[in-house]
Write a protein that binds this ligand. Structure first.
Ligand SMILES: [Fe+2]
Length: 266
């Protein structure tokens, strides 16, 4: 039995007394997936994960898959993305969910802290099921009728082979139903949502930003303060997340990211 300690009533749980580097048995992986669906974000402290051990642990939860920008791939382990915000890379400091430009976006994002600054650079995660549930019923009905058109967000250069694989615009529902819990959640990446179907890009952006401002309440958010060795697993089917771009860039902040294959949102 896993030791699961909720971090708040609405979002987040810490998984204690587990060494992910030792491998994850199938029965444990099933429990972890269930815990993820329930708690939206899982935290593991004090892990020591070489790239191959990280991929093995994540691989027990699901299928790791390639990320959008191959220029940020780990040179030897291309299923690991390097997040270091050096060079052209900048932090995603707005609420979003990852890789909505895919027909079947990743069910989860896994982050592993290799180096962290003394202060700042936290990652916040919002429970978008709770955010949706708290909206007025009339607005919920309107949102359920909307669809977004999603593509690369233009933040970074896109290599030709990445554009070929992942560049075709894809339509997703603005409200998706979690395949395991059956609950509904707001679902979009504000920069990748080029527009809402039937609206202009500009009107869509204003609408989506207003929706984020209105829907995400402090009680729905877990803010993770990084320590070296932390693993954070985010359920992308019911969460949005953002990086706090508030740390001293003279300090190193290096995370390894793995995304896990998911279903087409419905
Ligand atoms: Fe992200």
């Amino acid at each position: 039995m896993l030791e699961i300690v909720p971090l708040s009533p609405i979002i987040g749980a810490q998984i204690r007394a587990i060494d992910l580097s030792a491998g994850v048995a199938a029965s444990v992986a099933t429990e972890l997936r269930r815990a993820l669906a329930r708690h939206v974000a899982l935290v593991f402290r004090r892990q020591r994960l070489s790239p191959d051990r990280l991929l093995a642990a994540v691989g027990a939860l699901g299928q790791p898959e390639r990320q959008n920008y191959s220029q940020f791939n780990h040179p030897e382990f291309p299923d690991i993305g390097i997040l270091d915000y050096e060079g052209e890379q900048t932090p995603a400091n707005m609420w979003h969910t990852d890789h909505t430009n895919r027909v079947a976006p990743p069910m989860a994002t896994v982050l592993y802290a290799v180096a962290v600054p003394g202060h700042g650079g936290d990652t916040s995660i919002a429970n978008m099921r709770a955010a949706y549930a708290a909206l007025p019923a009339t607005l919920q009905r309107e949102l359920e009728s909307l669809k977004t058109v999603n593509t690369f967000d233009g933040q970074f250069a896109v290599r030709a082979n990445d554009r070929e694989r992942f560049g075709t615009p894809v339509v997703h529902p603005l409200v998706r139903t979690h395949p395991e819990t059956g609950e509904k959640a707001l679902y979009f990446h504000i920069l990748k949502a080029e527009r809402i179907v039937g609206r202009t890009p500009q009107a869509s952006r204003v609408f989506l930003q207003d929706l984020l401002d209105r829907a995400i309440e402090p009680a729905f958010v877990y803010r993770h303060r990084w320590q070296v060795g932390d693993v954070l697993v985010i359920d992308n089917r019911s969460a949005m997340h953002k990086v706090h771009d508030d740390y001293d860039r003279a300090e190193k902040r290096l995370l390894h990211r793995v995304i896990i294959a998911g279903d087409r949102p419905i």
